[in-house]
Structure formats: C-alpha cells, structure tokens
Write a protein that binds this ligand. Structure first.
Ligand code: F3S
Length: 275
C-alpha cells in the first residue's frame, strides 16, 4: 500500500506556539494550570498534564499565585477579568490570528457596527470571540444568514462588520458573503479564515481526488479535522477519520492501493507518524 502524506498535515503555527508555551511554563517550576484544553487533542493534553500542568475547567478553580495558560482558541474578556481578579498570572496562548478576530469585533462594535460572525456557535473560538463584544450574531452558514438578512428588510443600511471563524470552510464563507452583499448596503468584510486552514483544506482536496482512500487523523472535537474530513468526502468515496493508529480501519482500506493521509492542525506529529 502506498501512503501519501499531505505536506501541511499536523500542528499549525498557533497550536505549535501554544504547546511550546505550555512546555516552557511546565519547565519554569511555577505552579501552572491550563484553563480547559489549550488545543483540541486529548493525547497532547494528557502529555502536557504529565509535565505538571493541571487542567482546570473555569477561572474560579484558579488560586492566587497560579500561572494560568489560556488556550489557542482564546477566551472571553470575562475569563481574563476573572483570572486577574483572583490574583493569577495569565500566560496567554491565544493564537494571534484569533486575537485579531477578537479585536475586530470589539472595535467594530465601538465604532457602531453590528458584529456578525460566520462559524459554529458552540465552538470555543466563537464563544471566546462572543465574549469580546455585547451583540455578536453568529451564523453557521448561508441558510441562517439568509433568514437573518431577510429580517433587515427595512434597515438594509445597518452598519455591519462580518468576520469568519478561523477554521471555517471557504465555500461556506463565500456563499454567506454573497447573501450579505446582496441584502446589506453598509458591510465591512474581514476575511479572518486562517491561511493554515486554507492550505490544509486545499491540499486535502487535491490529495483526496487522486487516491483510493483517505485517512484524516485528529481529535473528534477538532473543528478543522472535521472540516478536512468533509472536504475529503467531496472528492473521495472512502474517507476515514480516526484519532490514532489503533483506529485504523484495516477492512475498509484492504483493497486500496494508494491511501492519502492528512491531519488536523492540533494533531501531534508523533500520532501522524504512528498512523
Ligand atoms: Fe491559529 Fe490558524 Fe492554527 S488561527 S490556531 S494558526 S488554524
């Protein structure tokens, strides 16, 4: 069986940076904690916990003097403030590209624009961004955008600023924008889809189109892994999403001469190598 590995598979810049910050914090000897999962990969979180970084699920669990690491997907303003009020030292691993989205919605609202985000309303990144302004509208795609835009019939000139979840699929962004451009006359567009996401998605599509089967490696909670799987399914009839080598679907792959392999942006290199 020939295996072709996508060049972009694995850690993106933001995840690599968060993991490096976690390792440095663990090595510093300070009392260190991670607020939630700093990246979407249970194996990596378990490895970091093994280095001494305890996981807490809310700022209220932090104690005075703790060093608290914030996840790559970012946290809300309320979480930052709650940690500061508890006398903790914050080590912010928010990916700079996510921090930019937080800044855009904050500034847009201050300028009197209505902030709109296209993305998954339950995803931690979106929830974090929501916490940096007071009235963020979140739509998962064109159908929701359309029904909202239709309610603006008498206020099509409402000033709007639209941003994307950094891992959004480009087609969803483009089709949502098409509707907004048609219905809204005062629209400011911020294309905040991350290049790392875009590169992974286009490479996965090209690879999926030329192999017999595709394997996508990543945590089931990872949005970008899920999107890679969806994109591969548009180009290849046999696509398997797995978390680690133990889940390799031998039966499904048995008559595949060429298998493509890609991985989400939070999948560690060691797991990809094992697969
Ligand atoms: Fe940042 Fe893009 Fe990764 S937003 S966390 S570099 S997918």
């Amino acid at each position: 069986m020939e295996v072709i590995l996508a060049r972009s598979a694995g850690f993106c810049f933001g995840v690599a940076r968060a993991v490096r910050m976690a390792e440095e914090l663990a090595a510093s000897g300070r009392r260190a904690k991670m607020l939630g999962h700093i990246i979407h990969n249970d194996y990596e979180i378990a490895r970091l916990a093994g280095l001494g970084l305890a996981v807490i699920s809310s700022p209220q669990e932090a104690e005075e003097g703790d060093c608290v690491l914030l996840r790559a997907h970012g946290e809300s303003r309320a979480a930052h403030e709650a940690l500061a009020s508890r006398g903790t030292q914050v080590v912010d691993a928010t990916c700079p590209k996510v921090a930019r989205v937080q800044q855009i919605v904050r500034e847009a609202e201050a300028e009197g624009r209505h902030p709109v985000m296209i993305g998954d309303p339950r995803h931690p990144e979106v929830l974090g961004v929501k916490g940096w302004c007071s009235g963020l509208e979140v739509f998962s795609g064109p159908a929701e955008v359309l029904s909202w835009a239709q309610t603006l019939a008498n206020s099509t000139d409402l000033p709007i600023a639209v941003v994307a979840q950094t891992t959004l699929r480009r087609e969803i962004w483009e089709s949502s924008l098409k509707i907004l451009k048609k219905q809204c006359t005062n629209l400011k567009i911020f294309d905040t889809i991350c290049n790392a996401t875009h590169t992974r998605q286009s490479e996965a599509a090209l690879l999926a189109a030329k192999v017999d089967a595709m394997v996508v490696v990543g945590d089931p909670k990872s949005a970008n892994t899920k999107h890679l799987t969806e994109i591969c399914r548009l180009h290849c009839s046999r696509v398997f999403q797995i978390e680690c080598a133990d889940e390799l679907p031998w039966k499904g792959l048995s008559d595949s001469a060429v298998v493509g392999l890609t991985a989400g942006a939070s999948t560690p290199a060691s797991i990809i190598k094992e697969v």
